[in-house]
Design a binder for this molecule. Structure first.
Ligand SMILES: Cc1cc2nc3c(=O)[nH]c(=O)nc-3n(C[C@H](O)[C@H](O)[C@H](O)COP(=O)(O)OP(=O)(O)OC[C@H]3O[C@@H](n4cnc5c(N)ncnc54)[C@H](O)[C@@H]3O)c2cc1C
Length: 395
């Protein structure tokens, strides 16, 4: 029986665990280590920050989902991995594996900029459930006593979508409340142009986003790096000072400390086309934890986003590869990774498709319309239903 350990219980880890058990059954003993006891539908966190979702609407307890399928759940963080001895180390145990799947997502590197982040700094963030709940409280205080808003992405960011969503959602909500004239909004980003998204843009995304920000009267500063943040000002490297009452800035990512030693200097794990570690052949890695080189070097550093859709595809490819190792079946074909993403824009939404994710591309699409908002809501409901029932085999 193959002993398989998964680190992480989100898009990558939960999908991999369910797929491996579904495909290997009694041939595998699957164990998930996760420091969170919940699956969080992260794409809904901007909605939670705006008050249109509660935590209970977008979370699922992991233990019953996994145990119903015969998967062991250990609610503990991995502290380290001894790749030479094939062991995962946590606070209470050391467990040996035949295969390891790393799906630990990002470490949020707030400390790289003085004053960044909700705990030790002066900015909000919407990347975890706790942060989004805190941002919602900050928003409720803000609308009682409004002022300037600064949002966007600092240097080194790879997950660009959420600040766009946040800017559009704030704009929409303020207009609904007839308060927009009281709130100057500035969007700062390390992208070389608006609509770059870390993937070199998508069709006419530059023009479309320039028009959208202009229509909404949101001032955009591109190609910029943040020097530091005081309680009332964002200071850019070029000396510009932007005052704020509310600021939500996305941080750069690194690999999480427990697995960073298996990765590149930023702790992202190098893998081959089937998500197998380039050095340790019994280690696989999927999702945000994977190292993906950008297709171009931007003047201010940016990274490649790894979306939930991409993560799920990576988890399925890695799982089928492990299944072929264990059973001797033909391994899956190499599939270039593509992306489909629904971006909320407050009063509307957009769909983005890119295949492959980085240019040059065979196909790409970017369309705006209210129907994509309904699609995003329907997808949230569908995905939570699918994961609640452990139906990872569904699309
Ligand atoms: C605000 C926001 C909105 C987004 N919107 C979209 C969207 O609309 N569409 C889309 O496709 N993508 C979206 N994404 C991206 C998507 O959320 C990610 O691609 C996806 O979450 C990546 O999954 P993952 O499993 O790699 O990592 P994560 O989801 O970050 O999960 C990592 C898991 O590992 C666990 N973990 C961490 N360290 C340890 C440890 N040491 N030991 C054990 N467990 C550990 C964590 O608790 C967590 O369960 C969004 C991201 C954000 C932040």
């Amino acid at each position: 029986m193959a002993r398989i350990i998964i680190l992480g219980g989100s898009f990558g880890g939960l999908t991999a665990a369910l797929e491996l058990k579904r495909l290997l059954g009694k041939k595998a003993e699957v164990t998930v280590f996760c420091d969170d006891d919940k699956f969080v539908f992260i794409p809904s966190l901007p909605w939670l920050a705006m008050g249109s979702r509660r935590a209970a609407d977008i979370t699922l307890p992991l233990k019953p989902i996994l145990e119903r399928k015969g998967i062991t759940f250990i609610h503990e963080a991995a502290k380290g991995v001894d790749a030479d001895a094939s062991k995962v180390i946590s606070a209470t145990r050391e467990v040996t594996y035949d295969y390891l799947v790393i799906a630990t997502g990002p470490y949020l590197a707030f400390e790289e900029i003085a004053g960044l982040g909700p705990e030790k700094g002066h900015t909000e963030c919407i990347f975890t459930l706790d942060q989004a709940e805190r941002t919602n409280k900050a928003w409720n205080r803000f609308i009682e006593n409004p002022g300037a808003v600064v949002t966007g992405s600092v240097q080194g960011v790879s997950c660009f979508g959420p600040p766009y969503e946040y800017a559009f959602e704030i704009d929409t909500e303020l207009r609904k409340r007839k308060m927009r004239h009281k709130v100057p909004i500035v969007f700062v980003t390390s992208e070389p142009y608006i609509g770059h998204f870390g993937i070199g843009g998508l069709r006419d995304s530059k023009r479309m986003m320039e028009d959208e920000f202009a229509r909404r009267d949101i001032k955009v500063i591109v190609n910029t790096a943040v020097e530091e943040i005081s309680p009332t000002e964002v200071r850019l490297k070029d000396g510009t000072k932007i005052p704020f009452k509310l600021s939500m800035l996305a941080p750069a990512f690194k690999g999480v400390p427990a697995v960073a030693h298996l990765g590149n200097p930023r702790g992202f794990i190098p893998v081959d086309a089937k998500y197998r570690h380039t050095k340790y052949k019994n280690i696989f890695c999927v999702g945000v934890a994977v190292a993906i080189a950008p297709s171009e070097q931007t003047p201010v550093p940016t990274g490649v986003p790894k979306t939930g859709y991409m993560t799920q595809k990576m988890a399925k490819t890695a799982s089928s590869t492990i299944v072929s190792d264990v059973t001797g079946r033909t391994p899956p074909a190499e599939i270039p990774i593509d992306v489909v993403c629904l971006m909320d824009m407050g009063n509307t939404a957009a769909i983005m498709k890119a295949s492959p994710v980085l240019p040059p591309r065979q196909e790409s699409e970017l369309k705006e319309g209210i129907r994509y908002k309904w699609l995003k809501i329907a997808f949230e409901r569908y995905y939570l239903w699918k994961m609640k029932h452990g139906l990872s085999g569904l699309p």
